[in-house]
Design a protein around this ligand. Structure first.
Ligand code: PEP
Ligand code: MN
Length: 332
């Protein structure tokens, strides 16, 4: 249930109403906008008399929220959330580009890539240290060493870092990471989500391979319900019957997520398509559809990449893609 309060409501009036809701056993999520205050009520609201609430002087409107996601719901928080990732803001009109290799492979590789993507206009560096691979025989990532190399690349360029976590036991290595990625395969690892809800780091939550938009939002809700509201959602393609592309890029998920939620939305055209030639058109499409950021794989020598070479751009190709992204941004 949400109660929209009139802008004439004083702090004391709001405080006593919140106190009354809490005495009725419901949790209150308060969102202070420019023109009104929205109180989102979470829990068993059946005991709350809507008519009585509506009759209060300070109450503008009361509605029941039927969706199971509450804190992630735009009805609870009408304004766009802006997430600060080590000084780079994402959401609410702030646009970012995260670029870098699928996996961190060596000091030279990550530092060279960081410099090249930064020169081209990327604002964050991506790179996987803990890698979720389909085969246990494939490269599993440099793990802690990979995190150290990412931090060296950050020291060399100033670019904030986004990298994936696979196990909450590894949180100790993520202290200096600016944005923690939950990969598609872990979108419904609820224990991991709950642990991330207790840390105060921004989280990039990727849509599961076969997850619906509602399931993605319910996973965001898991993190938020534990107290961490710094979430960025990511559309990275879903599995369909189409086999020409690695996944099917669900472009419409971008505006749908913006309609349903206040959380920023990132698009990942690399995993969504699996093909280098499709990154440019799909990046432009994602920006036109309202993506708040892009996550793009770039490798200095894609044919030698230890993972996802086929979808990785060369640094030179990334320069051209950035030009197209900026061109689309300048007209929307
Ligand atoms: C990645 O970003 O390298 C990755 C493994 O992504 P996803 O979880 O979307 O497959
Ligand atoms: Mn990858």
């Amino acid at each position: 249930m949400i109660a929209v309060l009139k802008n004439t409501a004083t702090k004391e009036q709001i405080g006593s109403l919140v106190g009354w809701f809490e005495s009725q056993g419901v949790k209150v999520h308060e969102s202070q906008g420019d023109f009104c205050t929205v109180l989102g009520l979470i829990g068993d609201t059946t005991k709350i008399d809507i008519e009585m609430l509506q009759s209060l002087d300070i109450v503008e409107q009361v509605t029941r929220v039927s969706e199971p996601f509450k804190k992630a719901n735009r009805k609870f928080h009408p304004e766009d959330t802006v997430v600060d990732c080590g000084g780079v803001k994402i959401g609410g009109g702030n646009f970012a580009v995260m670029a870098g290799p699928c996996s961190v492979e060596s000091r030279e590789q990550i530092i060279e890539t960081a410099k090249r993507v930064q020169d081209a206009g990327a604002t964050m560096l991506r790179g996987g240290a803990f890698k979720p691979r389909t085969s246990p025989y494939d490269f599993q990532g440099l793990k802690e060493k990979g995190i150290e190399l990412l931090l060296e690349a950050k020291a060399a360029t100033g670019l904030p870092i986004v990298t994936e976590i696979m196990d909450s036991d590894h949180l100790q290595y993520f202290k200096d990471i600016d944005l923690i990625q939950v990969g598609a395969r872990n979108m419904q690892n609820f224990e991991l989500l709950k642990a991330l809800g207790k840390c105060n780091k921004p989280i990039l939550l990727k849509r599961g391979l076969s997850a619906t938009i509602k399931e993605l939002l319910m996973s965001a809700e898991y993190i938020m319900s534990e107290g961490n509201e710094n979430i960025i959602l990511c559309e990275r393609g879903i599995r369909t019957y189409e086999t020409y592309t690695r996944n099917t890029f669900d472009l419409s998920a971008i505006p749908v997520l913006h309609e349903l939620s206040h959380l920023p939305v990132v698009a990942d055209p690399s995993h969504a398509t699996g093909k280098r030639s499709l990154i440019e058109p799909m990046s432009m499409a994602a920006v036109a559809a309202g993506a708040d950021a892009l996550e793009i794989e770039v490798h200095p020598n894609p044919s030698k990449a230890l993972s996802d070479g086929a979808q990785s751009l060369t640094p030179d190709m990334f320069v051209d893609v950035m030009k197209k992204i900026n061109a689309v941004r300048s007209i929307i």
